[in-house]
Design a protein around this ligand. Sequence first.
Ligand code: SAH
Ligand code: SF4
Length: 410
Amino acid sequence: MTSPRVNLLDFDADQMAAYVAGLNEKPFRAKQLMQWIHQRGVADINDMSDLAKSFRATLLDKAEVLSLPVMKDEHATDGTRKWLLDVGAGNAVESVFIPEDDRGTLCISSQAGCAVNCRFCSTGRQGFSRNLTSGEIIGQLWFAEHLLRSDPEAIRRIEKYPTPGWEHTGRVISNVVMMGMGEPLLNYDNVVSALRLMLDDRAYGLSRRRVTVSTSGVVPMIDRLAQDCPVALAVSLHAPNDALRDQLVPLNQKYPLHELLAACERYLPFAPRDFLTFEYCMLDGVNDSDIQAKELVRLLRNIKCKINLIPFNPFPESGLKRSSDQRIHAFFGILLDAGMVATVRKTRGDDIAAACGQLAGDVVDRTKVRERALHKAEIELTELESDEDTDEELNARSNEQPIEWLKKLN
Ligand code: SAH
Ligand code: SF4
């Protein structure tokens, strides 16, 4: 019986070097392979013309470059593009390309679904199926970058507004944000392996400032990221106190605000810029009052940060509403008056449900989160579970599925 082929997209530079050494080939072959795959986007080993014929024959027998099959490719009127990618067994994840004048940003998924189950997030409401492999994570960049290089619209944009170094690298994607489906720091090893490839000059050569990990606050992994691969960090805050955050982001019960903010302070010296970003999703009547804005100022006053206000992107069954533009501006004004740095995020691609938190893909929910949510009455924040209930829910989930994140948390 022949053994299954390895997917070369799964290897970062060190792993590729080890693999090539294991085949008794010289180290420079690993570099050549990286360049063929990641810089030139070549998947067919037969086309890697400067590899010795015998090495190609070995690779054809043992290896392949396999990216995720595309199930859907959607274009929004503002140029945003969204792909639905098949990750097998009934699961699909989404990646989104967001073109802007001075950058091309790819939003990448890290898990099929998400077990954190934030109240306002459509991925969370879908439950969790599995972690993506590092090849499935980097494969999203591999696929989008090389597809877009032959997209006349993307080429026109970079010719008009070239990003630094573009002429040299030919890259269409200048920025990557881990803000698609899933909690990246609960799939730590695979995410770090993929991040290393994003930064590697032999692969995508992106600057650390242009690669962002967004997290709901997995404290121990924030510390590890600082050591292993300190890219830009965005922390999804969404509430100025523990009582509300416990309800909106259940992970807060495990890592409350004082622990999260302490981890942020520890991360700062390693961050590629001298500030962190806090994301705050604006939910009508829930977290958007003047009092809450002032509380947020008090909470973050001593941390070098930028607060990114995200107008809530509604999805069916959330039971929540977006704050009015007036309310968002009043809240924003309080932050600015207090001397905070803040922005209001432009919503992109909402005509194809590609905006933040609308990514749902298809998830075979192994945690039964969605089922339970549907059995609850309309989600009214006043009626959200007590802390006790939510703890119970977390425990119930851990009993059902010994998935990575719960193992790490417990
Ligand atoms: N799990 C990570 C990264 C993916 S979510 C995290 O939570 O940070 C990316 C961002 O979209 C987060 O800031 C998240 O809070 C936000 N988001 C989720 N649902 C949203 C919604 N419905 N509307 C607006 N933003 C949302
Ligand atoms: Fe998961 Fe992030 Fe959605 Fe929360 S906001 S459920 S952590 S993907």
